[in-house]
Ligand binder design. Structure first.
Ligand SMILES: Nc1ncnc2c1ncn2[C@@H]1O[C@H](COP(=O)(O)OP(=O)(O)OP(=O)(O)O)[C@@H](O)[C@H]1O
Length: 235
């Protein structure tokens, strides 16, 4: 096990608003980590800074000790909402686009994931339901041979049965030394696969513990997460 990602003293402002303030986070390779926090806590922003899309921050973001955005973009796969692609684009064409864009894109892995997600190549983006679109985003992201995967609320529109199937299969799709960070509001559903839990609150990392340590305190992960926010409600 080795240190994969280091975020040091990260402060990020946008339009005069401080979104993240002095965030420090160390992530090891080979983990599955939940990134939790209420709406607007800054989870998406943190992922965007880590992957190198959100720029002009203070502090350092290092992947394998390398701080360049080019290196991070090449080695981190983040779900994206396929915004730049028109509704008439077919699933097969999106795959070709990803193949050209990312040298680590593995087409045979995508074929397996696409069939697991029950999507076919002729479906057009405009015809996909929200859940089907999310399944495509997950398939595209996990088809890259990345060191770090950032899944930003990947399951919010996916029906509970399919969600369970996908969550239970995630371990099969990741290489043992890659790390997956999942931001989610369905805490209970992902707890079985989690190694660690990171909670974002008040612009900072309020807690970063192993799932086993949380359970050793006699809490479920959901109870622990809710207790961190409940403290504030009691003030
Ligand atoms: N372009 C922007 N300009 C100004 N403020 C922004 C911008 N993007 C995000 N924010 C603000 O940054 C904060 C964090 O947003 P972010 O989307 O990172 O939160 P989140 O934890 O992912 O939330 P959610 O769970 O709702 O997806 C919010 O208060 C949001 O209003």
């Amino acid at each position: 096990m080795s240190k994969l990602l280091e975020v040091k003293g990260l402060t990020y402002r946008k339009n005069l608003k401080t979104i993240l303030e002095d965030v420090n986070l160390d992530v090891d390779s080979g983990k599955i980590i939940a990134l939790l926090g209420e709406n607007g806590a800054g989870k998406t922003t943190l992922m965007r800074v880590i992957v190198g899309i959100a720029k002009h921050y203070q502090g350092e973001v290092l992947l394998n000790g390398d701080g360049s955005e080019v290196y991070r973009k090449a080695n981190i796969a983040m779900t994206d909402n396929l915004k730049g692609l028109s509704d008439s684009t077919k699933v097969g064409e999106v795959e070709e686009f990803y193949q050209k864009l990312f040298v680590d894109f593995d087409s045979s892995k995508f074929e397996q994931l696409r069939s697991f997600m029950k999507l076919n190549n002729d479906m057009k983006l405009g015809q996909l339901s929200r859940g089907m679109r999310e399944k495509l985003e997950i398939a595209l992201t996990l088809s890259r041979e990345a060191k770090l995967y950032l899944l930003d609320e990947p399951f919010s529109g996916i029906d509970p049965m399919a969600r369970k199937r996908i969550i239970n299969s995630i371990l099969l799709w990741k290489s043992p030394d890659s790390t997956i960070v999942i931001s989610d509001h369905f805490v209970n559903e992902i707890t079985t696969i989690l190694d660690e839990v990171v909670i974002v609150k008040d612009k900072k990392i309020a807690s970063h513990l192993s799932a086993d340590d949380i359970r050793a305190k006699g809490h479920s992960i959901e109870e622990y997460y809710e207790s961190l926010y409940a403290d504030e409600g009691a003030e």
